[in-house]
Design a protein around this ligand. Structure first.
Ligand code: C2E
Ligand code: MG
Ligand code: MG
Ligand code: MG
Length: 277
């Protein structure tokens, strides 16, 4: 009996696995050339300074409008792009488009003069080693001043290969580009890595921010991250601010910048221009 059940169980799992693999392969095929077909686009989420409420920057976030399946979440397709290596083609296209948009804001609006654009870079893009050259070439071609480009990396991109990663980050920063550590605090080891990995800022993960009003531990951790970062001369941004109370307490604790649905949802480049006009 058990043997039979086990067997059918195995068959069930292997079918489910086959389907999952098939879906991934399909998605990978569909993702190939998606940029050229105009299915991929960027939206921008505003970033504000907590001290005076000024709009200071925008995070570029990739969107995929699949012709049959509609919009697919980046958490799904970025992973496929990363695993398949497609990210090494898509990543530079994202970088170029974000710098183009930021340069347009820079030239067209007084309020866009010093606005930074923050671009997410995946572990594989960093590991390939070509990032510093890509960044330099993109800044040269678009004319965007280097300090107005921020590169966001997750802890996982950096951890495990600190020597190589640190050298690449140092090269980026020597060109004037700012480097941020994204989703900070999710691996608590991050705190000690800050000593060895040169970054300009950390983005406190949404999971901490969402609980700062309810959970004293999350508030304590957030406050500690802010204090520690500041003592190292590192800027702090909070992501996922969904409530006024969260904004208020982060501001009171000295957090530098913030983004989140309460402040503004990600919007297309055109609509973002409206915030600057
Ligand atoms: P991330 O870099 O941590 O981006 C922040 C995510 O939080 C975004 O999700 C954003 O839409 C969402 N968000 C912003 N404010 C709030 C809020 O108040 N509440 C909640 N619940 N969520 C909020 P999104 O756009 O789905 O992106 C997910 C992840 O996909 C990003 O996380 C990033 O890791 C990755 N990603 C997005 N675009 C790119 C890209 O161009 N390149 C790479 N390599 N990764 C990207
Ligand atoms: Mg990010
Ligand atoms: Mg994040
Ligand atoms: Mg909690």
């Amino acid at each position: 009996q058990a043997k039979v059940a086990g067997k059918s169980c195995y068959r069930f799992y292997s079918r489910a696995m086959d389907q999952a693999v098939e879906r991934r392969v399909r998605m990978e095929q569909d993702l190939r050339g998606a940029w050229e077909r105009g299915e991929l686009s960027l939206v921008y989420q505003p970033i504000y300074r907590l001290g005076d409420g000024q709009l200071v920057g925008a995070e570029a976030l990739l969107r995929w409008q699949h012709p049959e399946q509609g919009s697919i979440a980046p958490s799904v397709f970025i992973d496929v792009a990363e695993q398949s290596g497609l990210i090494e083609t898509i990543g530079p296209q994202v970088l170029r488009a974000a710098c183009d948009d930021a340069m347009r804001w820079h030239t067209q609006f007084p309020r866009g003069k010093d606005l930074f654009v923050s671009v997410n870079v995946s572990p594989r893009q960093l590991r390939s080693g070509e990032l510093p050259e890509q960044v330099v070439a993109t800044l040269r071609d678009t004319g965007l001043p280097p300090p107005q480009l921020h590169i966001e990396l997750t802890e996982t991109a950096v951890i495990g290969d600190e020597v190589h990663a640190s050298a690449l980050l140092a090269r980026l920063r020597s060109n004037g580009v700012k480097v941020w550590l994204d989703d900070f605090g999710t691996g608590f080891s991050g705190l000690s890595h800050l000593r060895r990995v040169p970054v300009d800022g950390v983005k406190i993960d949404r999971s901490f921010v969402s609980d700062v009003l309810r959970d004293p531990d999350d508030l304590a951790l957030t406050t500690a991250i802010i204090a520690m970062a500041h003592s190292l001369g590192i800027t702090v941004i909070a992501e996922g601010v969904e409530k006024e109370g969260q904004y208020a307490i982060l501001r009171e604790r000295g957090c530098d910048l913030a983004q989140g649905y309460w402040l503004g949802h990600p919007v297309g480049a055109q609509e973002f221009s409206g915030l600057l006009a």
